[in-house]
Design a protein around this ligand. Sequence first.
Ligand code: GLV
Length: 320
Amino acid sequence: MFATRRLPGPALDELAAECDVDVWSDRMPPGADALADRSAAADGLVCLLTDRIDGALLARCPRLRAVSSVSVGVDHVDLAAATARRIPVGHTPGVLTETTADLAFALLLAAARRVVEGDRFVRGGEWAPERVWEPDMLLGRDVHGATLGVVGLGAIGQAVARRAAGFGMRVVGWSKTPRAVPGVASVALGALLAEADFVSVHVALTPETRGLLDADAIARMKPGAVLVNTARGGIVDETALAAALASGRLAGAGLDVFAREPLDSASPLLALPNVVLTPHIGSASEATRAKMATLAIRNLQAALAGHRMPHCANPAVYER
Ligand code: GLV
């Protein structure tokens, strides 16, 4: 089998004791040709969200019997093409829920209370004796008592809602498929955008959710609101968001994901002090990344042994 990157934890080494494991060892991910060449020799592929697994790649890999991504999101995989080839695609839900919710809340708090601006202020030598405690210095937004709007009430959205309860927030939520979640008032997306002081995005990126928070949706957000995105960049119109932040209509944003990653050095977001930016690290704790690797390897092992993957993103492959 071929793994497109070394993984944290022991899972890959354990697999290597059982079968031939080819691991891409460069720091740069494989390009499309290298990915196809190395995958073509394999019956199983362990990939990351940076690897584009499309129909053209699958067509070059007739031996391939299983794809297992070390991610919960599978927007980088053409699920229809994999299903047509009856290739199960594994992913890693569950194990990263709480870790990703922690980061969403960290970004929410950091953007609300201008934590990164404060850090820059101190390190930049601006904290001078005459500014030791200015009554109007770095004033932010209160999190306690505010309304949080959770866009997408799956496992991560619900975990963020639980954290919000501890901060005394009122939580409203919207999901494509309505869900009753304790402590969350279910509302239409338009109402959520109009009411929420903080909006946190937790839908998967699919053709239906691409651009869900477009310029119109951003214009409907409450003036002075803060947007947090730890899901996928393609869900939010970054140009419209940057304009709303630059004009002051939105107070801030905390963004871990971007339409193009790494973030383009020309992105207007980089020039905005009221945006906290992190490099797609939602699931990046030592323990969680090791669990993701273990789960991805379990998915692969199950499929190669002819069993159902524990977490399969295209269960239609198992329908007769
Ligand atoms: C991270 O973004 C993931 O999908 O696991």
